[in-house]
Structure formats: C-alpha cells, structure tokens
Design a protein around this ligand. Structure first.
Ligand code: ITT
Length: 199
C-alpha cells in the first residue's frame, strides 16, 4: 500500500520554472498549497544517481528533510534511440551552465547527422518523499520523433524538436492542455495521484 499524502502543503523540489508551471497545472484540481524549492531558497543537490528514479528520489528526499514537509521531485529527460538513449539523465547538462536549450537541441541534431532513425521518448520520474525518509516513486514516458529545426515557443527544454506519436506538431507548438493530455509528466502524475492522493 502506498502512503497517502494528507498534508495541506507540498514542496516542489525543482528549480526548473517549466516544470514548476506544469506540475502546478497538474496539481490544480487538488486542494494543495504548492511552494517550490526555489521560493524556499533550498539548495539544488548534485544529481549523482544513474537513473531518473534515483535522481528524483535524491532531490525529493533532500527537499523533504530540509523543509520538514513532504516534497515532490521530477527527474526527466529526452532519450534518443539512435544515440543509445542519450542525453537521458544528462538532458539538463547538455544545455550547459547557462541552461541554453538551443545549444542542447543543436547538439542532438549534430550527433544525429548520418543516422536515419529519428525516434525518441521523453521520460519522467516523480518521487514523493516525506521528512522521515519514506519515498513513493513513479515513471511515465511518451514516444515520438525528432524534427529539425526547432518549432514553437510554448513549452520548455527540448519541446521544440519533439513530435509525439500520432501528431504533427511539436510539444512547443501545442497548448499546455494538449501536452498535459499525453505527456510523460502527466502519465507519471496520473500514477502518483491514483496511489497517493485521496479523491
Ligand atoms: P530540477 O533538477 O531542478 O528539477 P532540471 O532542469 O535540472 O531541474 P532534470 O535534471 O530532470 O531537471 O533535467 C531534465 C531536463 O530534460 C530538463 O532541463 C528539460 O530540459 C528536459 N525535459 C524534461 N521534461 C521535459 C519536457 O516536458 N519538455 C521538454 N524538455 C524536458
């Protein structure tokens, strides 16, 4: 049995404003007061694990212990088939210290030169942790293909080069609600809600 989240306040253990926006949207139907790690000035822990779930749990646990409140972390990334899953857990790092995703998308395009397979997936691991160290972990993914040059300005990160299966527009060309209906984050979130949130 998963542990039920019954508090009134949840710390979002992320410093990524794109994730904060999306997770706040996904949490909107629940009466939860959400505060981000950035707003609480919590430190950004180094991501030393080798899996999405490992890094999500590391971030959630650090924020739960530092704040004394339950914390939700998201570790996610783009996994490109022809690049053996890269950038994967290194998705943020490909954007460099300035977090410039035009550089990261350019690198993906360059590394794909001479390869024909453009299939990729986004993966999202969510970890909900309590100050006593208890963790509940979930993972979702969405499959698609990459397009160049980047298109659209609605999402964040690698959204401008990712077209989900069955669609012709990139995540960055879609309205947020359309992305939420199918995204890796929404799929992980649905599992989290089913397991840990009472209706
Ligand atoms: P936090 O660790 O503070 O949450 P981060 O940006 O460093 O922020 P990650 O380590 O999980 O987060 O890096 C994942 C990167 O993958 C992220 O910076 C995005 O650029 C990319 N990414 C994840 N989800 C995405 C999405 O829905 N659309 C586009 N890019 C996404």
């Amino acid at each position: 049995m998963a542990r039920i989240f019954s508090g009134a306040r949840l710390v979002l253990a992320t410093h990524n404003p794109g994730k904060v926006r999306e997770i706040k949207d996904l949490l909107a139907p629940f009466s939860v007061d959400v505060v981000s790690a950035g707003e609480l000035n919590l430190p950004e822990p180094e991501e030393t694990e080798t899996t999405f779930i490992g890094n999500a749990q590391l971030k959630a646990l650090a924020a739960a212990k530092a704040s004394g409140q339950p914390a939700l972390a998201d570790d996610s990334g783009l996994s490109v088939a022809a690049l053996n899953g890269a950038p994967g857990i290194y998705s943020a790092r490909w954007a460099g210290p300035a977090k410039d995703f035009s550089i990261a998308m350019k690198r993906v395009e360059q590394e794909l030169q001479g390869k024909t397979d453009r299939t990729a997936k986004f993966v999202c691991a969510l970890s909900l942790c309590w100050p006593d160290g208890h963790a509940e972990n979930f993972e979702g993914e969405v499959r698609g293909r990459l397009v160049f040059p980047p298109r659209g300005n609605k999402g964040f990160g690698y959204d401008p080069i990712f077209v989900p299966v069955g669609h012709s527009t990139t995540f960055a060309e879609m309205e947020p609600a359309a992305k939420h209906a199918m995204s890796h984050r929404a799929k992980a979130f649905a599992q989290l809600v089913a397991a840990c949130f009472k209706n």
